[in-house]
Design a protein around this ligand. Structure first.
Ligand SMILES: *Cc1c(COP(=O)(O)O)cnc(C)c1O
Length: 405
């Protein structure tokens, strides 16, 4: 498929370019020390991703440890209630540890092991990335330092307990507002000192090159499996594919399988309480170009041009930017980005739970909510949703805030 001068037959090989750019987005806007560390990771990744030993080991891990391939489920009762459109979900909620994040964390930790590193480090906000990375570190016998704001540590007690049980060091950050931003700064500062012995594991398709590319490649297993499974189940391709977008890793994994197909692709951003700055985290819908956290993309800025405060009911989606590849796919028109509100999301959370026996993560519920809207507008066809994770982590919050509906 060719669109606006981009050949999607060869797209995944040609993007990003060797400096990590998807068009004008991406790159590595970091100090020289860190640039050297990132170059080392890039070089190791390019060697290793062609090695049959590395690929074979990752395949074995996915099968024997993660429980892949995850299935696709047809949502029969929900589809029937909506009319003539068939809805399907790719079950990343059934991936070990309950979400898609382990797909890239296992890849990153395997890379760390091949590079002879002893430790992985990262920051975490709600704790989901920290738990996935702690899981991977335990599997490979690597040390694991997770930087987390003191405020988040108090809010996310179950995930803090999980990380500690898995053997990770949870390092409390008390600077500033003591949340995600300060945790990122502390983790980067530590990495600058320790990069000889460890690698920094970014939790989405964001950050400096090579992470947007590498995390996409590790997540692409989702799209590759889904395309094959869907054709096997139905004999054809879906008409539309839908995924929620925070940083954008589950979406990029799913989308990469369908970019060269005649399939409509939708990325769903959190509109939260509404379109006023501070009430949402819909960066691709409302943001402008800028550099943050080491990469150029579309971001939400405050009056000083710094990353704006953002909000979403889904703590995994409240990031003021999105991966550079999403910005690129938006500009070239291959993927359409749209929004759903908190309220629509919570409705979808209960609908999927009640009608299908699947409790989705609040993040994933954004994609479900959008697919339901889309199905109501279509008179026939099929929609494949990436169900990025399970909702067990969200149940206490939902019951406290919304009650049982
Ligand atoms: C972290 C998370 C997300 C958001 O991250 P992306 O990089 O945008 O995929 C979505 N769903 C779940 C279940 C998550 O844990």
């Amino acid at each position: 498929m060719n669109l606006n001068g981009i050949d999607f037959d060869t797209y995944l090989k040609n993007y990003p370019d060797k400096n990590g750019y998807f068009g004008k987005y991406g790159g590595a806007y970091i100090p020289d020390d860190l640039k050297k560390a990132m170059d080392e990771i890039t070089e190791a990744y390019f060697t290793i991703c062609k090695s049959s030993k590395f690929i074979g080991e990752l395949r074995r891990i996915r099968r024997e440890f993660q429980g892949r391939p995850t299935p696709i489920s047809y949502l029969e009762r929900l589809s029937n209630s909506l009319g003539h459109v068939q809805l399907y979900v790719k079950r990343e909620d059934l991936n070990h540890s309950g979400a898609h994040k382990l797909n890239h964390c296992m890849g990153e930790a395997l890379l760390a092991k091949y590079m002879g590193k002893k430790k992985v480090i990262a920051e975490t906000g709600a704790g989901q990335h920290g738990v996935a990375l702690a899981t991977a570190a335990a599997y490979f016998g690597l040390e694991c330092d997770i930087y987390m704001g003191a405020v988040d540590i108090r809010k996310q007690a179950p995930n803090v307990a999980r990380m500690k049980i898995l053997g990770a060091n949870v390092i409390e950050v008390n600077e500033g507002l003591a949340t995600l931003k300060e945790a990122v700064d502390a983790a980067f500062a530590a990495y600058t000192k320790e990069y000889k012995d460890c690698i920094y594991c970014i939790g989405s398709v964001v950050g400096p090159h090579p992470f947007p590319m590498m995390v996409r490649d590790f997540q692409s297993v989702v799209g590759i499996e889904a395309r094959e499974q869907f054709i096997e189940m139905t004999g054809e391709l879906p008409d539309a594919v839908v995924a929620c977008v925070g940083g954008g890793s589950n979406a990029m994994g799913m989308f990469s399988g369908f970019l060269n197909d005649p399939v409509d692709i939708y990325g769903v951003e959190p509109l939260g309480r509404g379109p006023a700055l501070g009430d949402h985290a819909a960066s691709l819908t409302y943001g402008t170009e800028g550099v943050m956290h080491g990469f150029n993309s579309i971001m939400l800025k405050d009056e000083n041009g710094d990353p704006a405060p953002v909000y979403s009911v889904a703590s995994g989606l409240d990031y003021p930017s999105s991966g550079p590849e999403h910005a690129f796919l938006r500009d070239c028109g291959r993927v359409k980005y749209d929004v759903v509100t908190d309220d629509e999301t919570i409705d979808a959370f209960f609908t999927l739970s009640r009608m299908e026996g699947i409790i989705p993560a609040i993040e994933s519920s954004h994609a479900v909510a959008y697919a339901i809207k889309l199905a109501k507008e279509m008179d026939k066809g099929s929609v494949l949703i990436n169900l990025s994770g399970r909702g067990d982590k969200d149940m206490d919050y939902i019951i406290e805030k919304y009650g049982i509906r």
